[in-house]
Design a protein around this ligand. Sequence first.
Ligand code: SF4
Length: 256
Amino acid sequence: MAKTTVVRTAAKAKALVGAKARTIAKTEPVSAKKKAGTTRNPLAPERIEAILDALRQTYPGVVCALNHENAWELTVATILSAQCTDVRVNLVTPALFKAFPTPKAMAVASLPELEELIRTTGFFRNKAKSIQGAGRVVTETFSGKVPQTMEEILTLPGVARKTGNVVLGSWFGIAVGVVVDTHVMRLSKRLELTKETSPEKVERDLMKILPQDRWIAFSHELIHHGRQVCIARKPRCADCTLERLCNSADKTWSSH
Ligand code: SF4
């Protein structure tokens, strides 16, 4: 099932969040004379709320970009997405799931066959071992069902906290943490939501400042924002609905 993402136009979303963002911006050091990259109180609850509002209105109903039909497929797709784009993963998974549709089938697949099917996702030897091993553990320990606790899901080979959060959050709707990928790391720093550099510590900071019922959607929204607008090398600040709330030193354009 290919899931689609509804994204409002930047202009429409900007108009929706503009008034609130302007109010927050008035209280912040937004003058060009102020040092870029600093906001007086970046974790002020009203600023966090305005950021969450802007993201929600810009990316309503946003979902995981990895195509999947069930928890097992999402687990495999997320393992394959390490150091690889979701687009590339979505290109290889149809043939992979057709050849090995269940954890049990994946568990007894030959490694060379798996490697060949996932070669283009990079690090294919390690990933083949991981998905084969994950199939074995799901089959033997969890009766063929992907477990629904972080503690258990972390026992699958190739599954770290990020994959656990993706599967528990996106498939089961269980918010035990915040998915921190490269986009969430980068944007959380640009928005001054954290000063940390390790995914574990960034996640801990985000869990402290975000309401739990926004943990799942926030990651999806930030990942889409990082791909479409707040691009690593040249962020499209003139099109950004968070622009008035952002004092990042990386900004390419500023209205304040
Ligand atoms: S204003 Fe620019 S740097 Fe700030 S979040 Fe938007 S795109 Fe990123």
